[in-house]
Design a protein around this ligand. Structure first.
Ligand code: SF4
Ligand code: SF4
Length: 312
């Protein structure tokens, strides 16, 4: 059997982007923030069997310690909208037990229509949870709640419901949050990340919300400089992420995955893959186009040697 080695800390974030296609086209989608200077990449669909075989071949996904429960590697399955992948159910059912899976979905796609037969075909119950984002500009509260209930009725764990706290709609957002809290105990507001009316959020004097989902952006000055999608400059960057693009290309940066950048670490589907995540700072020429998905706890070192962190 093929064995793939990815040298990275056990707690590195692992994310699989099954498809960049989405059932919505949110104008604030963080994946499109680099437009128009850098277009979003177009990727093919890879069959579920290939994903399962490759992901199950990655070694070191369980950490066994004497007299302690075995730790399993966490895997985030996302997109785009991951339920649009034609083999979505197959992938969930066949990824082995050394993966602890979180699916992030908008809960609105053909997969959830009518009595959602695909949900009942998901046999995996342990080591699987769903998080969902409610996009009230693109669907109704009733439809979203109906689909939350369908997922629960299928015996699947719904963990957190998120609402993006778009600064232009705060009254509506608070109403939606109250309504969702009546059907689910865990509802979180996320700060809006990206541009609205020409302004990059979050900003120092931004709107004042009590947000429940940490985005780790407290150093607004450097966030505004590094994530504004205007000018590129060299910097040393440190990243602890393993991100699989829909074609299996491996990145440690969301901006590079979203734009299909040439600087990738390898491809998951290559036999005998053996790669190492840079353990320390590495030189990047694209600072200025960093994606807000990479803001939390992010450390940088300028060429003059000074260091800063977006969270401090
Ligand atoms: S649902 Fe999410 S991935 Fe899809 S367009 Fe909206 S923000 Fe982007
Ligand atoms: S500096 Fe920005 S664009 Fe470059 S790798 Fe780091 S996060 Fe990505």
């Amino acid at each position: 059997m093929d064995k793939k080695i990815i040298e990275a800390p056990f707690d590195s974030y692992y994310g699989v982007f099954l498809t960049m296609a989405c059932s919505f086209s949110c104008e604030y989608c963080v994946q499109k923030i680099s437009l128009p200077q850098q277009p979003v990449a177009s990727y093919p669909i890879i069959p579920g069997e290939d994903w399962v075989e490759a992901l199950n071949s990655i070694s070191g996904r369980a950490r066994r310690k004497f007299l302690r429960p075995t730790k399993k590697k966490k895997l985030s399955i996302t997109g785009g909208e991951p339920t649009l992948h034609p083999d979505f159910v197959y992938i969930l059912n066949h990824l082995d037990k050394d993966w602890r899976i979180t699916v992030t979905s908008n809960f609105i796609s053909p997969f959830f229509q009518k009595d959602a037969p695909g949900l009942k075909q998901i046999k995996r119950k342990r080591g699987l949870k769903f998080n969902a984002s409610f996009h009230f500009l693109y669907t109704t509260l009733d439809k979203f709640i109906e689909n939350v209930q369908k997922v629960k009725k299928a015996g699947l764990l719904v963990h957190t419901l998120f609402i993006v706290a778009h600064p232009a709609y705060m009254d509506k957002i608070q109403q939606c949050r109250d309504a969702l809290l009546e059907v689910h105990p865990n509802v979180k507001l996320q700060r809006f990340l990206g541009y609205s009316q020409g302004r990059l959020y979050p900003a120092q004097e931004g709107y004042d919300i009590e947000y429940q989902q940490r985005d780790g952006i407290y150093n607004y000055k450097d966030y505004q400089a590094g994530f504004n999608q205007q000018n590129k400059q060299d910097i040393y960057c440190r990243m602890n992420k393993v991100l699989f693009a829909p074609n299996g290309d491996i990145y440690n940066c969301h901006y590079k995955l979203y734009t299909g950048h040439k600087e990738k670490l390898g491809n998951l589907f290559r036999k005998g893959l053996h790669i190492a995540l840079p353990a320390d700072y590495f030189l990047c020429h694209d600072y200025g186009f960093c994606n807000p998905c990479d803001s939390e706890g992010h450390s940088f070192r300028r060429l003059d040697g000074s260091e800063f962190n977006i969270s401090a």
